[in-house]
Ligand binder design. Structure first.
Ligand SMILES: Cc1ncc(COP(=O)(O)O)c(C=O)c1O
Length: 424
């Protein structure tokens, strides 16, 4: 006899609310005040943005890092810097947040939707199948923190002369063969949105690359298309002085005038991050490995141990020695053939038990109104059948670093209770 579910009047597994995400360290909170106190709130008048870029590049092992307003802007910049333009096709998984294919449209390109494999990431075989003479690039999305099969992606892409962008919005700290996700392709793009591993006070983004020319075009496009003197990135006169007094108005005006007139060589954007955002991201980067990732990985191990081999569970998230998961979420695949409920029913039962969780929070991209027209010939069968199956059978558990062992244990108990009720 299984225990009565809270959904049907039984006792709830968890009565108190679980800790939320994000939470900021004391260092981040103090750091956020410095640019405000000094009046140096813009990228070019403070030092936090450039410190963050240097620290992020060093952490991930990239030659260059360019900060920007958000992860969508990072993808947009990277695609433009890699030469994607009107009519160019870019292969993207449909199984991702819409920002991935939207960035292709923003660059003037055409998203071509690829299916995923059972690990929820891009099927490398789709690259050959979908490549045409107009294809220029592939975006490999490390979804939920699961690192794509990058050897295969790079092999398929390089054989066809395609650029490879890594969408690391959900994968800060994942690794492939000992190297950080983001440094394997031509450019890696991170998001510092408030749900992500590292939040830069709500929004933010970063492009990393080993290619100086790509980095410089990203940097220029981020700054309205301005070209800098080679030396000026590190030697801005006002920004060079740390957070002392606010720059004098006259000096600042003179600096902007000297720097900018006649230097806008391409139609760029204002995609800059503020100094407050950069200060917070710097504080959070400092504890990314030691606290944030370490706790996510520990929580995931507990889940893996509890859920692998249970009847009703199809798969736990992929994590191997070669492809080390960064665990943004814990997508648990249900074996619906062994359960008398669907993923929505399972999620409802967990909710009723007091467990924060969700379904995959986005539709297959090509089902969104703005993207339907790129879904192929409109025939009845969906272009990405495996992605659709995963969408229908996945429940996303959480493993925030703010959670303690008791929160993970309650989640495990609730999942087992719901499984026992619906198992057939
Ligand atoms: C896979 C993926 N790509 C790109 C983005 C875009 O990042 P942002 O929200 O910072 O623009 C997100 C953000 O949610 C995402 O999850």
């Amino acid at each position: 006899m299984s225990e009565k579910l809270a959904l049907f009047g039984g006792r709830r597994t968890a009565d108190a609310p679980f800790p939320g995400w994000p939470r900021f360290s004391d260092k981040s909170l103090a750091g956020a005040q410095e640019p405000l106190r000094a009046g140096r709130v813009g990228y070019w008048t403070g030092t936090c943005g450039r410190s963050l870029e240097a620290a992020w590049a060093a952490w991930c092992g990239a030659r260059r890092a360019v900060s920007c307003a958000n992860g969508t802007a990072a993808l947009h910049l990277a695609l433009l810097a890699l030469g994607i333009g009107p009519g160019d096709e870019v292969i993207v998984p449909s199984h991702t947040f819409v920002a991935t294919p939207f960035s292709v449209l923003h660059a003037g390109g055409v998203p071509v939707f690829a299916d995923v494999t059972a690990d929820q990431t891009l099927d490398p075989r789709a690259i050959g199948a979908l490549c045409t003479e107009r294809t220029r690039a592939v975006i490999a999305v490390h979804l939920f923190g699961v690192v794509c099969d990058m050897d295969a992606v790079l092999r398929e892409a390089r054989a066809r002369g395609l650029a490879v962008v890594e969408d690391c919005a959900q994968c800060a700290g994942g690794e492939y063969g000992g190297r950080k996700a983001g440094v394997l392709g031509d450019a890696g793009c991170f998001s510092f949105h408030y749900s992500k591993h590292v939040s830069a006070a709500g929004e933010g983004g970063m492009v990393v690359t080993d290619d100086d020319a790509v980095a410089e075009v990203c940097r220029s496009l981020r700054d309205h298309g301005e070209e800098l003197e080679p030396s000026s990135e590190t030697a801005m006169p006002v920004a060079g002085a740390a957070h002392a007094a606010a720059p004098g108005a006259a000096a600042l005006l003179q600096e902007i005038e000297e720097r900018s007139r006649g230097r806008f060589v391409r139609a760029g954007f204002n995609y800059r991050m503020t100094e407050v955002q950069a200060a917070v991201a710097l504080g959070e980067l400092e504890r990314l490995e030691s606290w944030n990732l370490a706790r996510r990985i520990r929580h995931a191990k507990t889940y893996d141990h509890a859920f692998s081999h249970l009847t009703g569970i199809q798969a736990v998230p992929l994590n191997t020695e070669k492809r080390r998961n960064a665990y943004w979420r814990y997508p648990l695949q249900l074996d619906l053939s062994r359960l008398a409920c669907d993923a929505g029913g399972f999620r409802d039962a967990l909710f009723a038990e007091g467990i924060p969780c969700g379904l995959i929070p986005w539709l297959e991209s090509y089902r969104e109104p703005a993207l339907k027209r790129y879904a192929g010939d409109g025939s009845a069968s969906p272009p990405c059948p495996l992605a659709e199956r995963l969408d229908a059978s996945t429940v996303c558990l959480l493993l925030h670093p703010t959670w303690e062992r008791n929160h993970i244990d309650m989640t495990v108990s609730a999942v087992k209770k719901v499984l026992a009720h619906y198992r057939r």
